[in-house]
Design a protein around this ligand. Sequence first.
Ligand code: AHG
Ligand code: MN
Ligand code: MN
Length: 329
Amino acid sequence: MLNFEHTFMDFLLEHQERHNRTYHFLILMNSLLNAAKRIQYYYLTGALRGNLGLAGSVNVQGENVLKMDEIANEVVKHYLSRSGRVIQIVSEEEEEPVLMNIDGGRYFVYYDPMDGSSNVPHNLPIGFLFGVAKRNLEGPEDLHLRSGREYIAAGMFVIPTGTFTIALRQAGCWRFHIDEIMNYVKPTQMTLPDDRKSWEISYNSANRETYARGLQGWLAVNEKKYAFRYLGALAGDFHRILTNGGLFMYPAIVNHPDPKKNKPQGKLRLMYEAAVTAFMCCEAGGLAIDENGRDILDLVPEKPHQRTALYLGSKQLIQEVLEVLTKKP
Ligand code: AHG
Ligand code: MN
Ligand code: MN
């Protein structure tokens, strides 16, 4: 029995037509799809070609760069630049924002070309995360770094497992699966489930004693109610939360035995990790906050690689965490 599924491009064409939108966004999305497929290919063959190791350099965040980080970044840059629709990018692997098409570009793209680097040497799942915001089309463009509130779309490819999840502003969060000819097919709308039975909790438990005391207290009482899952790649961990509900968090490190190792800003990057997943989570009926209980989407970046603590997931759980985080001692 032949089965012809609805592709992501079918879905997007219909969406654009229904909302009377331009074709520019289609061109942009096509370039992101091309990039994801290329990364998928390089990742699948990475072990064979010796591409899973270190590149020998250190990035702007002080982290060792892998060959795959570099390859993925080059791939994304190439396709975005070629689209002609991008005014400026912020990439995890580029120290400064990179200008592309200053005259004709309509979109800002903020991306992490390879998220979950600790999985790379094992060829286990990683992510390609991106957020898209529009330039000012009415007046002069000041190139300010956009908050998640200004994103019009945000998505993630989980590689090489072959899923793609994208949220479009006020149009929901949708998941697609790769088929045998590398099309992403079968749109399924993602809505965080209300039933606590499937909820999961996801965080690096090795850091637990470094969290704020109130949060540690909350964990001691509540975490046993949920299944614990942690892959170590935000894209993969959040992928599960979107399906099953629950909480992903990367809290501030404030009680490290070596105070120099505290990270009050957490680890994850606002523009291309936290705001991207927060945008998707909100379109799926969830919520995302930082250590001070502020909505992640309201945080306006002051610098491209700004970090933030992140709590992401089902509204009820975020509300519980918000109470302990903001409770006066
Ligand atoms: P990246 O590989 O882009 O640097 O990001 C890794 C991030 C994120 O994917 C994951 O949630 C987190 O780091 C894991 O950190 P720990 O190893 O500290 O748990
Ligand atoms: Mn990352
Ligand atoms: Mn990365």
